[in-house]
Design a protein around this ligand. Structure first.
Ligand SMILES: Nc1ncnc2c1ncn2[C@@H]1O[C@H](COP(=O)(O)OP(=O)(O)OP(=O)(O)O)[C@@H](O)[C@H]1O
Ligand SMILES: [Mg+2]
Length: 158
């Protein structure tokens, strides 16, 4: 059985904590481990922070909103997949291939390290980025839940 939620928030840094806790609370339905939950929270934080600091950096970009959509896909046995889509309607990214490289940042003077997308890719099971200049950006991520427990059980059985 699958489940979903949609959340629209103002692109303000004060909403970042709310967004990551909301997604984490939704993910509880899949019975994640503490470390899986923490990976999800970290990835959502990075994506939402990017919307706030990059997408809507200029006042020109009208409605400062972020859409967060989550969908669960339960496996028949235990665990499953959490699919997360984070959409903004901001400035978009000139070159997505460059943007995902470790240490690439357009805000180096601002003490950004350019590691946000790398963190999302590392902490999640699947990641994709689509962007259109002047239109906005869509980050899609999937976390497979329950793999760690299976690994532990396999090791215990061995
Ligand atoms: N939602 C977005 N809208 C527009 N540009 C974005 C967006 N997200 C990322 N970018 C661009 O991609 C670059 C890389 O993003 P990434 O999150 O990897 O690093 P960063 O945000 O610069 O630094 P850090 O995340 O380590 O603080 C950014 O510097 C910015 O130019
Ligand atoms: Mg970032």
């Amino acid at each position: 059985m699958s489940n979903y939620m949609k959340l629209e928030i103002a692109a303000k840094s004060e909403n970042e904590g709310f967004a990551r806790s909301a997604v984490a609370a939704f993910a509880l339905g899949l019975n994640p481990s503490i470390s899986e939950l923490s990976d999800i929270k970290t990835a959502v934080s990075e994506a939402v922070t990017n919307c706030v600091v990059h997408a809507y950096a200029s006042e020109r970009h009208g409605e400062r909103k972020i859409l967060i959509e989550c969908q669960t896909e339960k496996k028949q046995t235990e665990g499953g997949f959490l699919h997360i889509t984070i959409t903004d309607y901001g400035c978009g990214i000139e070159d997505v291939d460059k943007a995902v490289l470790p240490f690439f940042t357009t805000l180096s003077a601002d003490e950004r390290s350019g590691m946000g997308f790398t963190i999302m890719q590392t902490f999640m099971s699947d990641f994709s980025l689509k962007s259109e200049k002047g239109k906005g950006t869509i980050v899609k991520m999937t976390k497979e839940i329950g793999v760690e427990k299976e690994e532990v059980r396999e090791r215990a059985d061995a």
